[in-house]
Design a protein around this ligand. Structure first.
Ligand code: MN
Length: 739
C-alpha cells in the first residue's frame, strides 16, 4: 500500500485549479470566476472518494479537461463549467436537474451530451455507437459538446499508460476511428495530430519509438538545412519590410508512419518529412496580397513544382483551413513544401473551430464554410433513422472527404464531397430536383447522372417529371444528403408496394378459403425466404412473387401441416455475452493461443495473418467463433471502436512445432540463379516450408511474393535478415495477405 499524503494532494489539486483560473483569466467576465469556483467545489466534492486508474485523485481529470478547453481549444466560461462537471452525473448522485438549477440550461444540456447512455443494447448495435450518436444529437444544439468531448478524449489518451492493455486498445481504436477525424473536421489540427500519435504509441510502440528516435536524430541536420534554405529569402523579406516567423515543423509521427505504410517505403525515403512554414504578421486588409508577395519571393530563389501549388486562401477548406502551399526545389535537389499564411490563419489551422469566433468580424468566408458543414450534419441527423452503427459509419464517411467546388448556371458556388456526381449536385440544389434528375449539362456538354464532378464545373441539371429515384442510384452518390433522400424515396415506394402486396395475399388466400392468420403468414414468409412480413408484402406487390407462386404455396401447405422450423442458430447479444463470460471464466480474462489449438474454437484472421510474437487480440464473431487479429490489423480500429465488448484479450503461449502462414515481399535486381538462392535460404538453412511463390521480373527488376510457414516473429526476422543478404536482393518486407 502506498501511503497517501492527503495534505500534499490537496495542495496539488488547488494548484491545478489556480492554474486553470490563471489561463482562463483573459476570457472571464464579471461573476464568471465565482461560477467556476462553484463548479469546481461541486465536482471536487462529488468525486472526492474516487481515484483514476493511475491512483491520482479523480478531480484532476475534469480540471485537466477544462484546462485543455481554455488553452488548446480557446473556449470560454460555459465550457469550463461543463468540463468541470462532465463526469459528475455519470459517476455520482447529482442529477442534470441539479446542474440546471445551479448553472442554467446551457451548461446542463452540454453535460447531458457528455453523459453516456447506460443500459443494455441489443445485438446489431453497439453501446459505443449509441453513445456517439447521442453526443452528435446534442451537437445540433451546441457544438461545444464535441469540443469538450475532444478535450476529454485527449486527456484520457495522454493518461492511457495506467490503463489495462485491452482498454488501451479499445480507447485508442475509438480515437483513431472517430475522434481524430472529428478533430480534423473541426479544424483542430494540433489535437488531431496528438491523438493520432498517441494512438500509434499505444498500439504499435516499437514503430512509434523508432520513428520518434529517427526524427530526433535528424533534427540538427534539419535545422541547418532550413537555415540555409531561408537565408536568401530572409534578406529579401527584410528588404520588403515583411515581418514574419519561420517554423520548420516535422510531420507527425503518425503521418510519417501512414506514408511509409501506404507507399511501402522506409523512413529514409519519406521525402517530405517536414514543411517550412512562413507565418506573416499582417493587417487584415493585406493578408492575401502579403501571402502572394511572399510566394513571389520564395519562387524567385527556388523553382516551384507547378502541379503542387495549393491556394487555400481564395477558397478555404471546409474545416476553415487557409494557407498557401507550394513545393519548390532546394539547392541540394530536394523538394521542399513551403506553407505561407498569416498569424490569424495559423491560429485557425492549429485551434480550429473555436478560434473562428475570435476572428468572426475580420473574416466571414471560412466561418460560413464550417457553419455550412454543421448545417449538413444537422440535416443528416434529422433525416436519419438507421441504426446507430450505420449512422456512425455514414457520419465518419463525411469526416474524411475532401471537397469539390462546382457552380450553378447562375454562378452560385456549391461545395460537395470529392467524388460527387451530377446527381449529388442535383440533390444539393433540392430533393425534388434530385429525384427527377435525368442528366446534366456540364460546361455545356451533355453528361449522364453518374458523371463525376471536377473543380470549377458549371452544371445545369436536366429533369423529367416521369423520373424517380431507384436503388441503383445509391451506388454512385456520395453525399449523405443525396443518399438519405434516395433511401427515403425507396422506403416510401416500398411501403406503397407492400400495401398492394398485402391486399393481393388476402385476396388469394380468400379464394383458397384460408384465413390470413399470423401463423400462416409466418409460414408463407419462411416459404418465400423473405426477411420480414413487410418484405414479403413488398415482393408480392412488386410481382417478384407472383400470384401463381402464392397458389403453389397454398397447395403445398396442407400436405405439411406444421413444417418445423429449420435449425437456425440465433446469435443475439445474450448468447455473445454468455460466450464471453464462459471464456473469461475459463481463461481468467486471457485467451492463450498457440498450443492447445483445439481447446477453444478460434481462427487466425485472414486480413492480418497473425503469427506468434505479434501482439494480438481475440474478437468474438457471430458465426465463426473467435478470430485472432493483430493489434495493428487494418480492421482492428473499426472492430475495437464499435464492438469493444466483444474483444477478448489474447496472448501467445510458448510455441514450437506449430507453423503459421505469413507473406513476404522481396524486391531486387534480377540475375541468373537468384530464385534458386532465395528458395535455398528458405528451405535449407532455416527449414521453412513454402506454400507458394510468385515472381515478376521487368527490365532487370524482380519482385516476388512468397507465402510461407514460420514459428514466430523471431523466426521471421531471422529469415528476413538472411534473405536480405542474398546477392541482388534489395528489400524484404512482411505483407498481410489480401484474402
Ligand atoms: Mn471524462
Amino acid at each position: 500500500m502506498v501511503n497517501i499524503d492527503a495534505e500534499l494532494e490537496k495542495k496539488e489539486i488547488i494548484n491545478h485549479y489556480r492554474k486553470l483560473l490563471r489561463k482562463a483569466k483573459p476570457v472571464l467576465k464579471d461573476g464568471d470566476a465565482k461560477l467556476i469556483k462553484k463548479a469546481f467545489s461541486i465536482a471536487a466534492e462529488a468525486h472526492k472518494d474516487m481515484r483514476r486508474k493511475s491512483g491520482e485523485p479523480y478531480i484532476l481529470h475534469p480540471l485537466a479537461v477544462a484546462e485543455i478547453c481554455v488553452e488548446e481549444i480557446g473556449l470560454g466560461t460555459t465550457s469550463i463549467l461543463a468540463a468541470l462537471l462532465h463526469d459528475v452525473v455519470e459517476d455520482t448522485d447529482l442529477e442534470l436537474s441539479d446542474i440546471e438549477k445551479m448553472f442554467g440550461k446551457k451548461v446542463a444540456r452540454i453535460v447531458d451530451g457528455l453523459t453516456k447512455i447506460s443500459g443494455v443494447f441489443e445485438y446489431g448495435t453497439s453501446q459505443q455507437a449509441e453513445n456517439f450518436r447521442k453526443m452528435l444529437f446534442t451537437l445540433s444544439e451546441d457544438v461545444r459538446v464535441i469540443l469538450i468531448k475532444l478535450a476529454d478524449r485527449l486527456h484520457n489518451m495522454r493518461t492511457l499508460e495506467s490503463m489495462p492493455r485491452n482498454k488501451q486498445l479499445k480507447i485508442s481504436s475509438e480515437t483513431i476511428y472517430l475522434y481524430a477525424p472529428l478533430a480534423h473536421r473541426l479544424g483542430l489540427n494540433a489535437i488531431k495530430s496528438e491523438l493520432e500519435d498517441l494512438y500509434l504509441r499505444f498500439t504499435d510502440r516499437n514503430v512509434y519509438n523508432s520513428i520518434a528516435a529517427k526524427i530526433d536524430a535528424t533534427k540538427a541536420a534539419r535545422t541547418k538545412f532550413i537555415k540555409a534554405f531561408m537565408h536568401p529569402i530572409n534578406d529579401e523579406l527584410e528588404k520588403q519590410h515583411i515581418k514574419c516567423e519561420i517554423k520548420g515543423r516535422p510531420k507527425s509521427i503518425y503521418s510519417i508512419w501512414s506514408k511509409m505504410k501506404r507507399q511501402n517505403i522506409p523512413f529514409e525515403e519519406v521525402y517530405d518529412l517536414f514543411a517550412i512554414r512562413i507565418i506573416i504578421d499582417a493587417p487584415p486588409e493585406q493578408e492575401k496580397s502579403l501571402c502572394w508577395q511572399v510566394y513571389s519571393i520564395v519562387t524567385d530563389f527556388y523553382t516551384p513544382n507547378p502541379d503542387r501549388l495549393r491556394d487555400w486562401i481564395s477558397t478555404p477548406k471546409s474545416n476553415g483551413y487557409e494557407s498557401l502551399h507550394t513545393t519548390v526545389m532546394a539547392k541540394n535537389g530536394q523538394w521542399v513544401e513551403v506553407q505561407i499564411r498569416t498569424e490569424r490563419m495559423d491560429d485557425i489551422a492549429e485551434k480550429g473551430y473555436a478560434a473562428h469566433w475570435k476572428y468572426k468580424e475580420s473574416n466571414s468566408v471560412s466561418e460560413s464554410n464550417l457553419e455550412k458543414w454543421l448545417a449538413r450534419v444537422r440535416d443528416t441527423l434529422e433525416h436519419n433513422d438507421h441504426t446507430a452503427l450505420d449512422f456512425v459509419d455514414d457520419f465518419r464517411g463525411n469526416l474524411f472527404t475532401e471537397e469539390v467546388f462546382a457552380f450553378t448556371p447562375k454562378g452560385e458556388l456549391k461545395t460537395l464531397p470529392a467524388g460527387a456526381t451530377a446527381l449529388d449536385f442535383a440533390y444539393e440544389i433540392h430533393s425534388q430536383i434530385g429525384s427527377r434528375c435525368i442528366g446534366a449539362k456540364i460546361n455545356n456538354k451533355l453528361v449522364p447522372i453518374n458523371h463525376v464532378l471536377k473543380n470549377g464545373d458549371q452544371i445545369e441539371i436536366l429533369t423529367s417529371s416521369k423520373q424517380k429515384a431507384n436503388e441503383d442510384w445509391l451506388r454512385f452518390v456520395v453525399s449523405s444528403k443525396a443518399k438519405n433522400h434516395i433511401k427515403e424515396s425507396l422506403k416510401e415506394e416500398k411501403k406503397k408496394a407492400a400495401v398492394d402486396g398485402k391486399e393481393i395475399i388476402a385476396r388469394k388466400l380468400k379464394q383458397q378459403k384460408l384465413d390470413a392468420t399470423q401463423d400462416l403468414l409466418e409460414q408463407m414468409r419462411e416459404y418465400f425466404n423473405a426477411k420480414t412480413h413487410l418484405d414479403l408484402y413488398y415482393k408480392v406487390g412488386k410481382g417478384i412473387i407472383s400470384t401463381a407462386d402464392i397458389k403453389r404455396f397454398t397447395e403445398f401447405k396442407p400436405s405439411s401441416p406444421l413444417r418445423t422450423k429449420p435449425n437456425v442458430q440465433v446469435t443475439d447479444a445474450k448468447t455473445i455475452e454468455k460466450e464471453l463470460t464462459k471464456l473469461k471464466n475459463r481463461y481468467e480474462d486471457m485467451l492463450l493461443i498457440g498450443e492447445d489449438m483445439d481447446v477453444v474454437d478460434y481462427k487466425l484472421a485472414k486480413c492480418c495473418t497473425p503469427i506468434p510474437g505479434d501482439e494480438v487480440f481475440g474478437f468474438v464473431t457471430v458465426n465463426e467463433g473467435i478470430k485472432i487479429h493483430r493489434t495493428n490489423c487494418p480492421n482492428a480500429a473499426e472492430l475495437l471502436a464499435n464492438h469493444g465488448h466483444r474483444v477478448v484479450k489474447a496472448k501467445w503461449t510458448s510455441q514450437h512445432e506449430v507453423a503459421f502462414l505469413t507473406g513476404l515481399k522481396i524486391k531486387g535486381t534480377d540475375r541468373v540463379g537468384l530464385i534458386q538462392d532465395v528458395s535455398k535460404v528458405i528451405s535449407d538453412e532455416l527449414k521453412v516450408n513454402m506454400r507458394s511463390m510468385s515472381i515478376f521480373t521487368d527490365n532487370g527488376i524482380f519482385e516476388g511474393e512468397i507465402m510461407l510457414y514460420v514459428n514466430d516473429t523471431r523466426h521471421l526476422e531471422q529469415l528476413i535478415a538472411k534473405l536480405e543478404h542474398v546477392e541482388g536482393v534489395v528489400k524484404v518486407s512482411r505483407f498481410d495477405s489480401k484474402e
